[in-house]
Design a binder for this molecule. Structure first.
Ligand code: SF4
Length: 280
């Protein structure tokens, strides 16, 4: 299946179960959206939504935030990751917006990245959500799910490369929707530690699931008393495995005698082979 076909298949399936793909951050205007997105770096949206009501009540507008110091903001966001830096970024951004943009949030990514605490990812989210500017931000969920589904090539090993490849694959008017579909799918189904492939609507077009399905079936009847591992190539048990890196760059357990990766856990009969994953 080509990447284009995979993308059609995956996004069609995801649209069925995620009819309203949009940010889960809560906000009332562009400034509050910017604040919420800055706070959400390395933090969950749920946690951000817990602190923003009292933050916005105390400092409802960009002008209110521009009048105070980071020390005034800190107590209200201290349950969020990196509260020190984020307090400085919020106050710094408010001052720059008041001084240079009459308190309005600018619409372009190039202008947004001038604000303290606003990197390319944050800028793209704000531009896309607030102003419908075609943008495709790659966070940890988007990176992982795009790779697992096979929407990008194996060379897409950085967020920038994933962004470029997805942008070439989809028309600009679909970038924002695709971003939210991949985030929500990654947050609730294709999670980092335990993707729920068994119930996933996109499993028919997923490269990761195909690789899982190709793994050897468990071997019944192995004898753990003879050794922790069983090499099905040389047909012997052993306790101290070797490790090799396979051609996809995945660290695998191998037989110390023959180097085979055709190894099973004696206790459960399961293969020790690992499928390439994309957790970052
Ligand atoms: S099949 Fe599994 S790995 Fe693939 S997208 Fe679904 S949950 Fe993720």
């Amino acid at each position: 299946m080509s990447r284009r076909r995979r993308a059609e298949c995956a996004f069609d399936a995801l649209r069925e179960v995620i009819p309203a793909p949009e940010t889960e951050l809560e906000y009332q205007d562009h400034w509050q959206l910017l604040v919420a997105v800055i706070l959400s770096a390395q933090c969950t949206d749920a946690r951000v939504n817990q602190v923003t009501p009292s933050l916005f009540e105390r400092f409802p507008t960009v002008h209110d935030m521009a009048k105070v110091s980071p020390e005034d903001v800190f107590p209200l966001i201290q349950s969020i990751s990196y509260p020190n830096n984020k307090s400085k970024h919020l106050v710094g951004s408010a001052n720059l917006l008041v001084d240079e943009y009459e308190g309005e949030v600018p619409q372009t990514v190039d202008e947004l990245v001038r604000l303290p605490g606003v990197g390319r990812k944050t800028a793209q989210v704000v531009a896309s959500v607030a102003f419908n500017v075609p943008a495709f931000a790659v966070d940890t969920h988007v990176f992982r799910v795009a790779n697992r589904l096979g929407l990008v090539t194996e060379k897409a090993n950085t967020p920038d490369k994933v962004e470029r490849q997805i942008k070439r694959l989809l028309p600009p008017e679909e970038w924002g929707e695709a971003h939210h579909l991949l985030i929500l799918h990654g947050r609730y189904t294709c999670t980092a530690r335990s993707p729920e492939c068994g119930i996933c609507v996109a499993s028919a077009c997923c490269v990761y699931k195909e690789a899982l399905d190709r793994l050897p079936a468990p071997m019944p009847g192995l004898l753990p008393s003879k050794g922790k591992y069983y090499c099905a190539t040389r047909k012997h048990y052993f306790d101290e495995p070797d490790r090799v890196t396979d051609r996809r760059g995945v660290d695998q357990i191998s037989c110390p005698k023959c180097g085979s990766m055709n190894v099973f856990l004696s206790k459960t009969g399961e293969t020790t082979k690992q499928v390439k994953d994309f957790r970052v």
